[in-house]
Design a protein around this ligand. Structure first.
Ligand code: M6R
Length: 614
């Protein structure tokens, strides 16, 4: 979703901003723009619909001399994607320019009031209201820019991360946040702004995560100053950015998605490292051990998440229920937040989010906290909002995921859920130590078994050619394989734009079976588990209606091999670990089908990596 970059210093402002915007492309956007402040006080805004490269083309004959600047990638919410609606927006007198992520909920009210004071608007965006409001306050109150921003933000209802520059004030950038991410990078005689650390990772690893209701005052030659919306000076807490430039490159792969699929043996090693201890005998998650009383006294868990993270959460539910005997509910964060949830202080709410910035999940956490629950986070991005808003939690440590389609984050989340369930089971004594050690021992072998599964790559590439032009797909699974079916279907639809549905296999006969014919391929996830015999009959039901079947089976399977059109054999693992293996061929299948169709797998249409608005 929208991304912000900013820079003040002696470097090439334009180049730093353009490269920063390119780094944020992965978040998803449909237009881009920048505002440059020249040393002589000239403020220029350049904008273009479409890719950052369009903005570069547009800027090729422009004056780019600058000592500070802000830039933006926009994912349209209020008003269509267009040059005009792209950010930055000027204030009426052209003195201020502002970029904004998020949504201003009371923009209509503010706009009407400003129009009554004679303001004219050029765009349909909520953002233009904000810049006009700041200018109006600055002029009528004859106050400083930072005071005008603070006063304006006190009138705003909604979510925002903003950055503002001023024509006659070339040595200052004012930035602020509420519910949308914002990070300041501190270099030598220069400062950076970003929606995350990716735009400036090669320049500094010193970062300050701006908190909600804080304003960052970034001035040339002065240390960073942070004030709150009620005008108190806040602590500037400098952290080390846990990111490297190599992690942001494709490393020889044609796409980030393929790189991230193939990285899984090493990302899962990183995820497990230091968490299976005593030579594989036990499991230790500090986030659990530090809050043992909460986990021992918990009556119920509620997991909140969106998209792929929600699918991983369904697996988390099965793992925790099976291993710990604690009742678990899984909710879409977007539904949970408006459902007036009944939560008691003995409930644990687990929030799962790769980005750590998903607006609905963040809102769900706030509600859970208000109602007295202990909130545990499972995130990937270190220092993001969700890990900062939770009482405790675990990072999945799979490194930056750039491809919009989540792959390594899914397996990382499922791995952390396995570790979480084992840790709690160990604490509660709900599982015998021998079984815990056996599962933990297998978990240590998962990276190597994922590597073995990735050898299916060539076979899946060939297979994808047969199914590239299918218009619909059905994905079926039972038990631990049901969330894998949902995830497989989501992967296919989001990058190939083929309609795909994931279903519990036994539910098929209650409706979707009507769709099956020779044109409707069915992907069946059928490892050797306690529901295997049941799923064999589901395979037969599809077969007898002329459907073609791609089956993911355990090595050595002979029964489904005879029924299915194509089988992909995966290594045998304990049932609770099968999703970590069976999801791999589905990632590859969707990748190759999308590639065959010529789709942009890393940045599919309309999608954003980090969904920071409702
Ligand atoms: O960052 P999050 O895990 O909170 O993101 C949730 C979803 O937006 C995300 O998983 C989305 O569904 C992916 N594009 C799926 O591949």
């Amino acid at each position: 979703m929208c991304g912000i970059v900013g820079y003040i210093g002696n470097g090439n402002v334009y180049k730093i901003l353009i490269n920063g915007l390119k780094r944020l492309e992965y978040r998803g956007y449909d237009s881009a723009g920048m505002a440059l402040v020249a040393p002589d006080g000239k403020l220029s805004v350049y904008k273009a619909k479409g890719k950052v490269s369009n903005l570069e083309d547009y800027c090729s004959d422009k004056s780019l001399d600058a000592c500070a600047g802000i830039a933006h990638t926009r994912w349209a919410t209020h008003g269509e994607p267009s040059d005009n609606n792209a950010h930055p927006h000027y204030s009426e007198d052209g003195r201020l320019a502002l970029v904004h992520n998020g949504t201003i909920e009371n923009y209509k009210l503010l706009r009407d009031a400003l129009q009554q004071h004679g303001c004219h608007f050029k765009t349909e965006t909520d953002t233009e209201v904000l810049v006009q409001l700041i200018e109006y306050i600055r002029t009528t109150n004859a106050c400083s820019l930072v005071d005008a921003v603070r006063e304006a933000l006190n009138q705003v209802i909604g979510a925002y991360a903003i950055a503002v520059v001023e024509r006659d004030n070339p040595d200052t950038i004012i930035a602020a946040r509420k519910s949308s991410p914002l990070v300041v990078g501190i270099g030598n005689d220069e400062m950076f702004l970003g929606s995350d650390g990716t735009p400036f990772v090669e320049y500094t690893d010193k970062v300050v995560y701006v908190n909600d209701n804080e304003i960052a005052v970034i001035r040339r030659g002065e240390p960073l100053k942070i004030i709150t919306l009620d005008n108190r000076e806040a602590k500037v807490d400098v952290k080390k950015l846990a990111l490297s430039i190599a992690q942001l490159e494709k490393g020889g792969y044609p796409h980030f998605m393929l790189k991230e699929i193939f990285e899984q043996p090493s990302t899962l090693t990183d995820c497990i490292r230091g968490r299976v201890v005593d030579n594989g005998y036990s499991v230790r998650l500090n986030g659990v051990f530090d809050h043992q009383d909460k986990f021992l006294n918990c009556n119920r868990m509620i997991i909140v998440a969106c998209g792929t993270s929600w699918h991983a959460s369904l697996l988390g539910k099965q793992l925790i229920q099976d291993m710990c005997g604690i009742p678990v509910e899984v909710e879409y964060a977007s539904e949970f937040r408006y459902s007036n949830p009944v939560i008691t202080p003995r409930d644990i709410v687990i929030a799962v989010s790769q980005s750590g910035e998903t607006a609905d999940t963040l809102a769900a956490i706030q509600i859970a906290r208000q109602k007295g629950a202990f909130v545990y986070g499972i995130s990937n991005v270190v220092g993001a909002s969700i890990p900062r808003e939770t009482h405790s939690g675990t990072y999945i440590h799979v490194g930056p995921e750039i491809g919009v389609a989540s792959t390594k984050a899914f397996t990382g989340q499922v791995t952390v859920f396995t570790l979480l369930a084992l840790s709690i089971a160990q604490l509660k004594g709900s599982m015998d130590q021998e079984t815990i050690s056996k599962v933990a021992g297998y978990l240590l072998r998962i990276p190597e078994l994922v590597k073995e599964t990735l050898r299916l790559d060539d076979k899946i590439r060939q297979l994808s050619l047969i199914y590239t032009y299918a218009r619909n797909f059905l994905y079926l699974g039972r038990g631990y394989s049901y969330p894998v079916a949902l995830e497989g279907a989501l992967k296919l639809k989001e990058i190939s734009y083929i309609h795909a549905e994931g279903y519990p296999a036994a539910e098929m006969k209650h409706g979707p079976i009507a769709l099956i014919d020779s044109e409707m391929p069915t992907v069946i996830i059928a490892p050797k588990d306690h529901l295997y015999e049941k799923i064999v009959s589901n395979v037969q039901q599809v077969k007898s209606r002329g459907g073609s079947i791609i089956a993911i089976v355990t090595k050595g399977d002979t029964v489904i091999r005879d029924l299915a059109d194509h089988v992909l054999e995966v290594p045998d693992v304990p049932e609770c670990l099968t999703p970590l293996i069976t999801s791999i061929p589905l990632q590859l299948l969707s990748y190759y089908i999308a590639i065959n169709k010529g789709k942009n797998v890393d940045m599919p249409r309309n999608l954003a990596k980090s969904v920071t608005v409702e």
